[in-house]
Design a protein around this ligand. Structure first.
Ligand code: PMP
Length: 354
């Protein structure tokens, strides 16, 4: 830290993203990325933007917002695009929380939430998950605070029922409830809270192209909510980064969201591989939580999970281990292609037999 760094952020602990190791034979199952390439039309769409790159990007990402609105069954005025969910979460917290208005969230959830709170000086109200890592949403009813719920949750992979989330939204009419649906595409039908945005003006759903739309590197996410919430977030966006989504990303997102068939095919493949991989892990004595996401959260009493993580890493298979309270004997394994999972299981078996 230089002597110029603001003392108000001296204790800031930045987020630790999944490692991006460079190794040719690497099987990368550590960042919940999609193992399949972007939709076939994305390359040409991005190439087609080159001429226009001398101009600023479309401020409001008009065509993209319309396509997303169609995909979600809402209107364009309900949508805001940003550089991934991470940016949209920042915009939302800047808009709906401050020094005197805390953010409530679970103790085991997406670890970017506490980092954003530190950055923005927002007090945190942390509610522990139950012993089995489920979330008791009755504890969030009538809280009278801004709330963020990741659903499905990460890293636990568990899905909370939509009607229980609706009750949280209904019972906190004076505050915004943010539902982070980064992994919702893998949760099956009727899991999303998007339809509830038509009924409640205090519900904001945050979604991303990083997981189910194969575009993590393009950095694209969107929010769905009441037009007034979207307008508030736009006030923040236009106060710090008006052209936040670049033209290449807008084109990539448009080509991707318009190819519904590719999205469905890839999502179904990942869910199939996930369910098969869960069974294989159970057969090897692992306890596997019921995943509604594109990753598995597992524990084992055969060998310490930190040790499994280290030995897999040495063998070129990268998964995620969190040295954090309550989950320090768990592993998070992103679902790869069947071939990548075969390699994962071959290396895992070699380690378990040592
Ligand atoms: N929310 C959750 C729950 C996540 O796991 C992630 C990805 N790490 C994000 C949001 C951020 O996604 P994006 O790539 O869109 O910033």
């Amino acid at each position: 830290m230089s002597r110029f760094f603001t003392s108000t952020l001296a204790s800031l602990e930045p987020y630790t993203p999944g490692e991006q190791l460079k190794r040719p034979d690497l099987v990368k199952l550590n960042a919940n990325e999609n193992p399949y390439p972007p939709a076939p039309g994305v390359a040409a769409a991005v190439a087609g933007t080159v001429e226009g790159l001398r101009l600023y990007s479309d401020l409001t990402a008009n065509s993209l917002c319309s396509a997303i609105a169609r995909h979600c069954g809402v209107s364009e005025e309900n949508i805001l695009c940003g550089n991934g969910s991470d940016e949209n979460l920042l915009l939302a917290l800047r808009a709906f929380c401050d020094e005197n208005h805390p953010l409530a969230f679970a103790d085991i959830t997406y670890s970017f939430y506490p980092v954003l709170c530190d950055l923005l000086h927002i007090p945190m109200h942390i509610l522990p998950l139950e012993d089995d890592f489920t979330i008791d949403l009755s504890k969030y009813c009538g809280l009278d605070e801004t709330i963020v719920i990741a659903n499905p949750n990460a890293p636990t992979s568990l899905l909370a029922p939509r009607d229980a989330i609706e009750e949280v939204v209904r019972s906190n009419p004076g505050h915004v409830v943010i539902v982070d649906e980064a992994y919702i595409a893998f949760a099956g039908p009727d899991a999303s809270c998007v339809p509830l945005t038509k009924k409640y003006d205090n519900l904001l759903v945050v979604r991303t192209f990083s997981k189910s739309h194969n575009l993590a590197g393009a950095r694209l996410g969107y929010c769905v909510g009441h037009p007034d919430l979207i307008a508030d977030m736009n006030r923040v966006k236009f106060s710090y980064s008006p052209y936040n989504v670049n033209s290449m990303t807008q084109a990539a997102g448009l080509a991707s969201i318009n190819d519904e068939e590719y999205f469905r095919t890839v999502t179904a493949k990942i869910c199939k591989t996930r369910d098969e991989s869960a069974e294989k892990l159970r057969a090897r004595g692992f306890r596997v939580l019921d995943s509604a996401a594109n990753f598995l959260f597992v524990t084992s009493d055969k060998l310490a999970c930190g040790e499994i993580f280290r030995r897999l890493r040495e063998r070129g298979v990268l998964i995620r281990y969190f040295n954090a309270p309550r989950i320090d004997n768990y592993l998070r394994i992103t679902i790869g292609t069947p071939e990548q999972m075969d390699r994962f299981f071959a290396e895992l078996d070699a380690i378990l037999q040592q």
